[in-house]
Design a protein around this ligand. Structure first.
Ligand code: COA
Length: 375
C-alpha cells in the first residue's frame, strides 16, 4: 500500500463579483416589474405579488457578503436574471474545462509536478456541462496528462468523495499522481428570480493534487483516512435531466422551476448539522484521534451559522476563527469547491504532525470527510 499525500491545491476565481447590494437592487427591480405587469391578476388574488429581497436578511441568514460569477451582466439584468455564456463549438475547450485547466495548473505548480506525470483526473462537481465525453477526459487532454479520467457527481460532497476515490487508487497502486478538480458554475442552476435562494451560490473551480508520499517532491499533508456517507433526502433537489423531452406534460423542453436548484432550507439546516458533527466525531474516533487533537476544520461553505453549530458540536466549545476558517462571506456557497477553497487559503499556522479535517456535505444527503496530517 502506498501512502497518499496532498502536495498542491489551486483555485480559479472568476473576475466578476456581485455584492449583496447589487443583487438585491436587481432582484427588487425584477419583482417590481413583475408586480406591475401582473397588477390585475395580483389584485384579483390569482397570483401572489413578489416580495422584495434585503441585504440585511441575506447577511443575517447566511453570512454571505458577495459572490463571484462567470457572467455578472445577465444575472443582474432584471429582464434576464441568469448568466449569459457564449455557446462554444465542439472543437474549442468547454468553459468547465477552461476553468479546470487554470485551477489544475496552479495545483501542479505548487507541487512542482509536470502535467504529463499525472495519470488520473477526476472531475467531481455538482453539474457537468454535458453528458459525454467526460469533462475530465477533456481536462486530461488540455493538460497533456496520461492515464485515465472520469467525471463524478455527489453534489456539494463531490470534492471529498473525489479525494477518497483518488487516494484509494493511490493506496492500491492503480494511479500515481491524481488531480481532483471541481469546476462549479452554480450561477447556471440557481433561480435568481427566487428570493428564498437567489443569494446562495457563486462560481469557482478548485483542484487538489494527490501523490504517493515516496514520490512527492513537496508533500504538504498526509491523507490519514477518508470517510463518506449518504442518506437519501428530497430536501435539496434538481430535476433537470436527459429524460426531460420524454415527459408527457406538453412543456417537455421548457425550463420549469424544479429544473433549477430547489431546497427546503430550514429542514436541510436542521437535519444536516447533527449528521455532519456525528460523522466527523465518528471519523476522528475511527482514526484513533480525539476532538482535542483537531487543529483545523475546513468545512463546506453554505451557511455561517451552520458551520458555527458544527464547529461547536465537534470541539465541544466555540472554535477560534482560525480553527474553522470561513470563505463564504467572499465566495458564497460554491458547492463542492467551498471546503477546498477554505483548505487552500487557510493552511498557515499548522505545524508538523498537526491534524485537520476537510468536510463537505449537501444534497443526497451526502457527507465526506478527509483527515489530514501536516508534514
Ligand atoms: N429577503 C428578505 N426576506 C426573505 C428573503 C430575502 N431574500 N428570503 C426569505 N425571506 C423571508 C421569508 O419569507 C421568511 O419570512 P416569514 O418569516 O415571514 O415567513 C423569513 O425571511 C425567513 O425565511 P427562511 O427561509 O425560513 O430563512 P432561514 O433563516 O431558514 O434562511 C437559508 C434561509 C436558506 C439561508 C437557510 O435555511 C439555510 O442556509 N439552510 C441550509 C442551506 C444549505 O446548506 N443548503 C445546502 C445547499 S447545497
Amino acid at each position: 500500500m502506498h501512502q497518499p499525500v496532498i502536495s498542491g491545491t489551486g483555485v480559479f476565481t472568476p473576475s466578476d463579483t456581485i455584492t449583496n447590494a447589487e443583487l438585491v437592487e436587481a432582484f427588487n427591480a425584477y419583482a417590481e416589474a413583475f408586480n406591475k405587469e401582473h397588477a390585475d391578476a395580483i389584485a384579483a388574488g390569482e397570483i401572489e405579488a413578489k416580495a422584495g429581497s434585503s441585504v440585511e436578511f441575506i447577511f443575517k441568514a447566511s453570512g454571505i457578503e458577495q459572490r463571484y460569477v462567470m457572467d455578472k451582466k445577465g444575472v443582474l439584468d432584471p429582464a434576464i436574471m441568469h448568466p449569459m455564456l457564449r455557446e462554444r463549438v465542439d472543437d474549442e475547450p468547454g468553459i468547465m474545462a477552461e476553468m479546470a485547466l487554470d485551477a489544475c495548473q496552479k495545483a501542479l505548480a505548487q507541487a512542482g509536478v509536470d502535467a504529463s506525470d499525472v495519470d488520473l483526473v477526476i472531475c467531481a462537481a455538482s453539474n457537468h456541462e454535458r453528458a459525454y465525453p467526460a469533462i475530465a477526459v477533456e481536462i486530461q487532454k488540455l493538460l497533456g496528462a496520461g492515464g485515465f479520467a472520469f467525471d463524478m457527481n455527489v453534489a456539494c460532497s463531490s470534492a471529498t468523495f473525489g479525494i477518497q476515490a483518488a487516494s484509494d487508487m493511490i493506496r492500491a497502486g492503480s494511479a500515481k499522481k491524481a488531480l481532483v478538480v471541481n469546476p462549479e458554475i452554480c450561477s447556471g442552476h440557481l433561480e435568481w428570480r427566487d428570493r428564498d435562494c437567489h443569494f446562495i451560490f457563486g462560481d469557482v473551480c478548485t483542484a487538489t493534487l494527490i501523490e504517493r508520499e515516496a514520490e512527492a517532491a513537496k508533500p504538504l499533508f498526509k491523507i490519514r483516512s477518508t470517510r463518506c456517507a449518504t442518506e437519501f433526502s428530497n430536501n435539496i433537489r434538481n430535476n433537470n435531466g436527459f429524460l426531460r423531452r420524454t415527459r408527457t406534460t406538453g412543456q417537455d423542453l421548457d425550463d420549469r422551476r424544479d429544473m433549477q436548484f430547489m431546497q427546503e432550507g430550514r429542514k436541510v439546516f436542521k437535519e444536516v448539522v447533527p449528521m455532519v458533527s456525528a460523522h466527523i466525531l465518528a471519523h476522528l474516533e475511527a482514526d484513533g484521534l480525539t476532538p482535542e487533537e483537531l487543529k483545523r476544520m475546513w468545512l463546506h461553505q453554505a451557511n455561517k451559522t451552520m458551520n458555527d453549530f458544527v464547529g461547536r458540536k465537534v470541539l465541544g466549545r466555540v472554535p477560534e476563527p482560525e480553527e474553522q476558517p470561513n470563505i463564504l462571506q467572499d465566495y458564497a456557497n460554491t458547492s463542492s469547491a467551498g471546503s477546498i477553497i477554505a483548505f487552500s487559503k487557510h493552511q498557515s499556522g499548522l505545524g508538523q504532525g498537526d491534524i485537520g479535517v476537510i468536510c463537505s456535505f449537501g444534497a443526497g444527503y451526502s457527507v465526506g470527510s478527509v483527515i489530514l496530517e501536516r508534514i
